[in-house]
Design a binder for this molecule. Sequence first.
Ligand SMILES: *[C@@H]1O[C@H](CO)[C@@H](O)[C@H](O)[C@H]1NC(C)=O
Length: 439
Amino acid sequence: MKRQKTNSMTPIAAILFGYFMTCACADGVADVVLSCDLVEEGVGLGGMGGGAAFTRTPATLALRDVAVTADESLKAITPFMPPRTPDPDLLLFETGVSSPEIPNAEVLLHADCNEQEVMCEISRYSPRGSQEGSDPAYFMVSLGVEGVDLSASLILQTVTVEKNPSTLIQSKLGLPLSPSGTLLTEVIFLVFSHITSVSVPLRGDVLLNCGFRQQNTPLSQEVGVEWRLQHRGKGRKVLEMQTRLDDAEENTVVNEERTGSSMDVAQVVAEGNVSLSLTQLKVLDEGTYICTVSLGHFHAQQVIQLHIVQPPHVSLSQETLVLKSPQTLACHCSKYYPLDSQIEWFYLSPADTEPAASPDSGSLSSHRQHGDGTYSLSSQLTVPTGVAPGTKVICRVSHLTLDAPVSVSALVKPPEPESYWYVLGFLVITVLFFYQVMK
Ligand SMILES: *[C@@H]1O[C@H](CO)[C@@H](O)[C@H](O)[C@H]1NC(C)=O
């Protein structure tokens, strides 16, 4: 998918923004103008290797009446103004989004100020069972904002334009334009999520967020929800549900393919909340979750990445070292996930304040994978006799789950005092023994 900055808009959108910077939007709605791509499957490109080719054409999407909370920073936002002279070559989608609302859509406004990338793709959409070229026409819009929790798929339906001799026809789509030169559409159905990616500890629980909205005049009372998991080319169904919005009690069928997965039917019916709850997460639960909501002839999806994380437990084979001969020290890094980790060795001598990297980087064992999918790794370092007493031998472990590397250390002890005390102790006992015997 192509990503682009909202501040590098197509010229038309830039002009639209640039011209009318004085309006205040006091009544809690604002217009958002996004630069998008119209994505179409390529035609006439056969014989080029057989892969599906897509063509992209710049398009503009004007979302009208986006609900916003009263906010000073929105004072400068302008209502959308169509171009002065309608142009049949422009792809200018105009859509009212007050009903149904796009939840959290105001982040689209702020994205522009914060220079966050907005991903916006428009493609043609055919409801199930519909005929090619039938009226009205449908489009699917995929929206996402970088670094912000908003992602949505909208289904747009064209609004019938009364045709008269002066009606312009959009040159690429063959659809009649409104008198102001826009393709008038309305959002009839949308599926959204507040998260696109989530990391959860092993054995933890998670709620994967997904919801839908439909027009005031419902497209259908029958709702189907399917959650699938896709990982490394393999897919499986996690949970499937069919219900009726007007009578859920009598008509709900839930098929729970993964134990410990659930959806709240009351929330589905009352709020269009089809979030999936997963408990006791395992490494095998990791992957791409696809939430598909079907409503009558329409269906739309959201995708959420679930990552399982487990920080390593780090330990050393010894806490102290006495170097009469070279000693082997092992650093164990156990039961972590995912695989990538790094073990480094350092020496910190009493005279220094900063540890110095060991010239010998140690020898790594191979990764071991446990039954629960977690990994363990060890590194062995041979500590030479030349290392001064009082020096700390440090093992430092880095892993994705750790904000800062974890260090554990062993202290090099001088050999003499210990043997001295040992000899002294032995002498004292011997003397006491003979003293007792002599008595
Ligand atoms: C669904 O409900 C949960 C609370 O039960 C909430 O945290 C979540 O944001 C809701 N999601 C949607 C999409 O409404």
